[in-house]
Design a protein around this ligand. Structure first.
Ligand code: PEP
Ligand code: MG
Length: 869
């Protein structure tokens, strides 16, 4: 190797014929999954070092080794294709790990005849697996050119050589941690880990410490390898990153792996873990003919059972040879990858974050080198591209199922989805139509893939019963988001039941985890009556959704909607919302490379105001920090981000963000309807400063009308000083999610504390009461945290004196209906007793009983007391 300070030249390790890497009949090499490089069809029988370096890795089966140069560049020499199968036969290693070699030194001898008989090809790729800041010059040798041993083959240029010269390939850093993801290292965090490695340009390896199997280590490049580790919550891990930004990458990876996920659509609480829940369900006595399952999405449904079995797209079993089929597969994968990226962008744009994350994970999984390699093996065995992909994914699905690990098994549907999508790309037959089924059917299936669920949901099934799957699967998340009752993990008995019983009217009780395939007439009638009553209530609520919510004792309460952007503003208006109580403007800042400019922001705000046609719209200024991060706003890592610079505190360090946002807001044409709200305010001074800035910009812009300015009450100090805040504010809105977290010192993201971080804790209620008292006579108070839409908490909040509740758009009609049944004054009379209770559980119990009694005695609730409950 010539090693001037600016170039590295790699010499031919063997005499041979040049094969461009893209023409190597193995998608892993051809797709450059391992890196750029070149290949030779060897004419000699000994591989030599293409440069000076250290042997850092030798395959146990001797067919591959990696050299690392002093500059940190790593080169993989892979003798032949599929030579791993030979288990070292015909290959004689001449070096071992740790040996230092000079360019031209022999590395291994091989018996070309023996290899040619046992392997699929002798073509030997030379791949730069770690460029360490060097850049490969376009190879000058054309395909088919014959080179002699030691002839210059490739040249690398020192793209960022100055920094790498001193650090010999970039630093390596290591970190040990404990996995805190309740669902284990599943596809979405695995995909994120891979993205972190790429964003920082590092190679990242994850070792499962304490596990002694050789597969206990995985590169972040491979989603399958990461998931194959089968890591569950609490696993001890070692992360090793190599590259210039190793430490930064480890910071992000550590944050990812040690921060419990906030599931966007939490699983129903009683089903703590799939196994526990199923155990409990099965432990209960099942009535004759009933089947148990895990509740993936709660609800009650009645309908005919229909077996849903969409056929796989037809593909040809045998191929036209690897040289033809490999590029076909590569192109099909690329097309599906592009489609997934489009789906992800579309889902993100329309605020469907659950879908967007799923598409992102599928996209990452599609590029998994292990899956591609498994398909490559089948291509070499003569399969067509579609068949090779089908078999590779069948094998992976079987492997996941055989682990017995519910979390891994829950990913099988995702694999099936990818299987179907890629096969459809490779199928000549017109796309098979999805099987028909009547609206209102209870669909029974082995599995459903996420895309199938989306397609099926459009035809309005009454419910879903799946033999496989889990409550944490993507299908479960999607079913919950759509309100379709769904049971999973019902086992093979489910499909057998279909053969045994007439399927006219089965009962799906996805509250108790039961399917009753052949219920008695009396039971059908009873369930039908329950469903009809619920439907009537929902319809009545919808019919009255545009009427004001006035309590029995005559208090009018505004019921507004929480939205993420203009798209949802339309939903809010359609649902009968009296306005928008919270537009989380940070959604507009997500999924971008940089903050949206003034014009983009103004367009979004304007559209939201227009959708509400003059009703009030509260737009919250950017609320970033702690659990909400922007990739392009790298906030310094601090020990306790929830107590750090976040929300309104950010303006001191990033004034330009506020400035642009205020200008965008003041640029809208409905300033009379616009309300601007500041998040995470802890004292009146913060509000004063923003008002001054708002005033200055408004004068500069020559505006006559001023929008209203308000503050969120999310921390105890704001609640306790509500009077001084109310003196500065035009309105206050209580963020009960954060107020609960900060009052109880219980992280809202910590699944271990979910059940206890309850807004009905008397301490939180005292602070809400203090806020209402402080604001009395000064400004109105609303609630925009999740409590506003909670069946129990909403009436209590109104009894505490709040003027407005802001809830999910779809909840507006039901919340209005519930308030119309409420005697707020009667409940207010119970407050001293409720607030004197010990804990949230006690408040819940009393309140449930009080409300049940009040509902049951419509005209006499004003005299109901807690004692009578
Ligand atoms: C809250 O904290 O209650 C709130 C509405 O804000 P977010 O959930 O966006 O933090
Ligand atoms: Mg908040």
């Amino acid at each position: 190797m010539s090693d001037s300070s600016q170039t590295l030249t790699l010499l031919a390790p063997v005499a041979g014929v040049v094969v461009p890497l893209s023409a190597v009949p193995d998608p892993v090499f051809a797709g450059q999954a391992l890196g750029e490089g070149i290949a030779l069809d060897p004419l000699g029988e000994c591989l030599h070092a293409p440069c000076d370096g250290e042997v850092v890795q030798c395959a146990r089966t001797h067919h591959a080794l990696t050299l690392k140069t002093a500059a940190g560049v790593e080169l993989l020499l892979h003798l032949g294709l599929d030579t791993v199968e030979l288990q070292g036969q015909g290959i004689e290693p001449l070096v071992a790990v740790g040996d230092r070699v000079r360019a031209g030194d022999p590395l291994c001898r091989f018996d070309a005849d023996a290899l040619a008989r046992g392997a699929s090809a002798l073509i030997t790729p030379l791949v730069i697996t770690e460029a360490a800041g060097w850049r490969l010059r376009e190879p000058s040798l054309a395909a088919g050119v014959r080179v002699a041993l030691g002839e210059p083959l490739l040249v690398l240029e020192a793209a960022v050589a100055e920094c790498h010269k001193t650090v010999a390939g970039g630093p390596e850093a290591e970190r040990r941690l404990t996995l805190a993801l309740a669902a284990g290292l599943h596809a979405r965090p695995a995909a994120r880990l891979r993205a972190i490695a790429r964003e920082h340009g590092v190679s990242l390896t994850l070792d499962h410490e304490g596990a002694d199997s050789p597969s206990a280590s995985a590169s972040a490049d491979s989603l399958s390898a990461l998931m194959n580790l089968g890591l569950t919550e609490g696993a001890a891990l070692r992360l090793t990153a190599r590259g210039e930004h190793a430490e930064a990458a480890l910071d992000d990876a550590e944050a990812l792996l040690t921060t419990p996920e906030a599931e966007p659509h939490p699983a129903p609480k009683p089903q703590a873990t799939p196994n526990e829940a199923l155990g409990e369900a099965l432990g209960e006595v099942l009535e004759e003919g009933e089947l148990a399952g895990l509740v993936a999405s709660p609800g009650l449904a009645l309908g005919p059972l229909v077996h849903y079995r969409p056929p796989l797209p037809t593909v040809s079993h045998d191929g036209e040879g690897e040289v033809v089929e490999a590029p076909r597969l590569t192109q099909a994968l690329a097309r599906v990858g592009e489609a997934l990226a489009r789906d992800e962008a579309e889902a993100t744009r329309s605020g469907q974050t659950a879908e967007a994350e799923i598409f992102a994970a599928h996209g990452a999984w599609l590029a998994d080198p292990d899956l591609v390699a498994a398909a490559g093996e089948r291509l070499r065995a003569g399969r067509g591209a579609g068949q090779a992909w089908r078999e590779a994914l069948d094998a992976e699905a079987e492997r996941l199922e055989a682990t017995g690990n519910a979390l891994l098994a829950a990913r099988v549907a995702d694999l099936r989805d990818l299987q179907r999508r890629v096969m459809a790309e490779l199928s000549d037959a017109a796309e098979a139509a999805l099987p028909e089924f009547p609206e209102g059917a209870l669909l029974v299936a082995e599995e459903l893939t996420p895309s199938e669920l989306v397609a099926v949901a459009a035809r309005r099934p009454a419910g879903l019963c799946l033999a496989g799957g889990g409550t944490t699967s993507h299908v479960a998340i999607l079913a919950r988001a759509r309100g379709i009752p769904c049971l999973v993990a019902m086992g093979p008995a489910l499909l057998a039941a279909l053969d045994d019983v007439p399927s006219e009217a089965a009962i799906l009780d996805a509250e108790r985890g039961r399917l009753v395939p052949a219920p008695s007439e009396a039971r059908v009638a009873e369930v039908a009556a329950r469903i009809a009553a619920r439907r009537r209530e929902a319809e009545a609520a919808r019919a009255a959704a545009f009427e004001p919510a006035i309590t029995r004792d005559g208090r009018e309460v505004e019921v507004c909607a929480n939205i993420g952007g203009a798209e949802e503003a339309r939903l809010a208006a359609e649902a009968g919302a009296d306005g928008v109580g919270l537009l989380r403007s940070e959604f507009l800042f997500l999924e971008r490379d940089s903050a949206p400019d003034e014009a983009t922001q103004r367009g979004e705000y304007q559209a939201a105001l227009a959708a509400l046609g003059g009703k009030p719209v509260i737009i919250r200024t950017l609320d970033i920090g702690a659990d909400k991060q922007l990739p392009y706003l790298r906030l310094p890592a601090v020990p306790n981000p929830a107590l750090g610079v976040r929300g309104a505190r950010l303006w001191a360090s990033h004034p330009e963000l506020l400035e642009t946002q205020l200008r965008a807001l003041l640029g809208v044409t409905r300033l009379d309807a616009l309300h601007i709200m500041l998040p995470m305010v802890s004292e009146a001074g913060e509000l004063r400063q923003v008002r001054q800035r708002l005033e200055a910009i408004a004068s500069e812009m020559g505006l006559e009308v001023r929008p209203r300015l308000g503050a969120m009450i999310e921390v105890p100090s704001a609640a306790l000083c509500a009077a001084s805040l109310a003196a500065e504010a035009d309105f206050l809105s209580i963020g009960t999610n954060d107020l609960t977290q900060y009052t109880l010192a219980m992280d809202r993201e910590d699944p271990a504390l979910t059940a206890r971080a309850d807004v009905l804790h008397p301490a939180v209620l005292w602070l809400i009461q203090a806020t209402v008292e402080g604001a009395k006579g000064r400004c109105p108070v609303g609630v925009c945290g999740a409590a506003a839409g909670d069946d129990l908490a909403a009436p209590l909040l109104v009894a505490l004196g709040v003027d407005e509740l802001s809830v999910e758009p779809a909840r507006v009609p039901a919340v209005k209906a519930a308030l119309r049944r409420l005697d707020a004054a009667a409940l207010a009379a119970e407050l001293p007793e409720l607030l004197a209770l010990d804990d949230a559980a006690a408040v819940r119990e009393r309140l449930t009983a009080w409300l049940a009694r009040a509902d049951a005695t419509p005209d006499t609730t004003t005299t109901t007391t807690l004692e009578r409950c």
